[in-house]
Design a protein around this ligand. Structure first.
Ligand code: FAD
Length: 371
């Protein structure tokens, strides 16, 4: 039975990447922090397992140093389609592909070192004004952070409305094979995208995503990607297939009273952007600042600003997905002008102003017209 007097400054519901990041960031500001999760570490979740350079920086800011040897570093992104291919390098730094469970372990160790109180296998069953309820008791908390993922119950309990925009279906598998590319490859087919992330010197993670549930069956969809199928033809699978839903959703607000939402619970961008983890980590940092200021409206504003760039890119990727003919023209145009692809990638990872976005859009438009 929990000590019912164990008042905490901050109670975090959910110990995934965003919840642990929020806990570490709040602890770094001096708050007493408790995290509860219904599962136990290392927590596995279907994920592309690619972390952009900015994600690595965000982890570093939380006191977690990710080295290329923790996984495999990748230099950029590659778009591939049956008859076209273009690759672009990150303007600075490298991304790292790393098993999700390994990332989770690193976050758990850092949270423990910071003095966060961690309650595993303890699902939160309700929240009230100024307290959180577990099956074993009630814990008073000044602030409650909902980091309980896409289907957040904290969101529902606090009456925060969600606006679903688009839902897609994903399937993930790992293969024992030497990575064949130093890029994260995004392959496009008529009905789906497959992306391949190197996660170990002898392992890749493959995620297939489609707008239609029936196209998310791994084996069936793999037939649409002969180039990948050929590479893994003799490779052993090193994980079982796991399905997931990825959605673009925004909320009217991400805080109410003494409750704030973070990570996927606070809205999400489609998995194809590879931005989910970074967003959660960055939200965690600005949320900690807002807790110090005692002002969750400040978090609301900063959350909106953080969501803009990945959301813009997600809309662009989904638009390409829905328009195969245009997509072919875009990829071919970029193949002819790879520096334009590198420029777009730089904007995606945060290098460039609104003016640069406009100029790149105009240049791409011109290329398309000229094609
Ligand atoms: C197919 C796919 C591929 C992706 N690929 C990438 C990628 O390559 N790169 C990237 O950066 N992002 C990627 N993402 C996005 C990324 O996985 C998510 O953004 C990230 O997992 C969000 O973390 P989170 O902590 O907010 O939520 P979650 O990881 O969902 O964690 C929520 C936690 O809350 C716990 N929980 C839920 N309810 C309760 C409760 N009542 N009480 C206690 N605990 C509770 C759960 O057990 C879980 O541990 C991908 C997503 C998908 C679906």
């Amino acid at each position: 039975m929990l000590n019912l007097q164990s008042m905490t400054d901050v109670f975090v519901v959910g110990g995934g990447p965003s919840g642990l990041a929020a806990a570490i960031a709040a602890r770094q500001k001096g708050f007493a922090v408790t995290v509860a999760d219904g599962a136990a570490p290392p927590i596995e979740k279907p994920c592309g397992e690619g972390m952009m350079p900015e994600t690595i920086t965000a982890l570093h800011d939380l006191g977690i140093t990710i080295r290329p040897s923790d996984g495999v570093s990748f230099r950029g992104i590659c778009f591939a389609q049956r008859d076209a291919r273009v690759a672009g390098d990150f303007p600075s730094g490298a991304g790292v592909g790393m098993r999700r469970t390994a990332l989770h372990e690193r976050l758990v160790v850092r949270a423990e070192d910071c003095g966060v109180k961690l309650l595993w296998r303890r699902p939160v069953v309700a929240i009230g004004a100024g307290h959180v309820e577990l099956a074993s008791g009630r814990i008073p908390a000044r602030w409650i952070i909902g980091a309980d993922g896409q289907g957040s119950r904290v969101r529902r309990w606090s009456g925060i409305a969600t606006k679903q925009i688009r839902r897609r279906y994903a399937a993930r598998r790992h293969y024992r094979v030497q990575p064949w590319s130093s890029y994260v490859e995004i392959h496009w087919s008529t009905h789906a995208q497959a992306y391949v992330t190197p996660v170990a010197p002898d392992e890749v993670c493959i995620v297939i995503i489609s707008g239609r549930a029936r196209h998310a069956s791994f084996d069936q969809s793999l037939n649409e990607f002969p180039a990948i199928r050929e590479k893994i033809a003799f490779a052993k699978t090193t994980s079982r297939e796991r399905g997931a839903v990825t959605s673009m959703h925004t909320l009217r607000n991400v805080q109410r009273g003494n409750v704030a939402l973070v990570g996927d619970a606070s809205g999400g961008v489609d998995a194809i952007t590879g931005e989910g983890i970074r967003l959660g980590l960055r939200q965690a940092s600005v949320l900690a600042d807002s807790l110090v200021a005692g002002n969750l409206r400040q978090y609301e504003r900063e959350h909106r600003a953080l969501a803009k760039r990945p959301s813009r890119m997600a809309h662009l990727m989904l638009w390409l997905d829905r328009n195969p003919r245009l997509r072919t023209r875009v990829i071919r145009a970029l193949q002819r002008k790879p520096e334009l692809f590198a420029r777009t990638l730089a904007l995606h990872v945060g290098y460039g102003s609104a003016r640069d976005i406009l100029l790149t859009g105009v240049r791409l438009g011109w290329r398309l017209l000229a094609a």
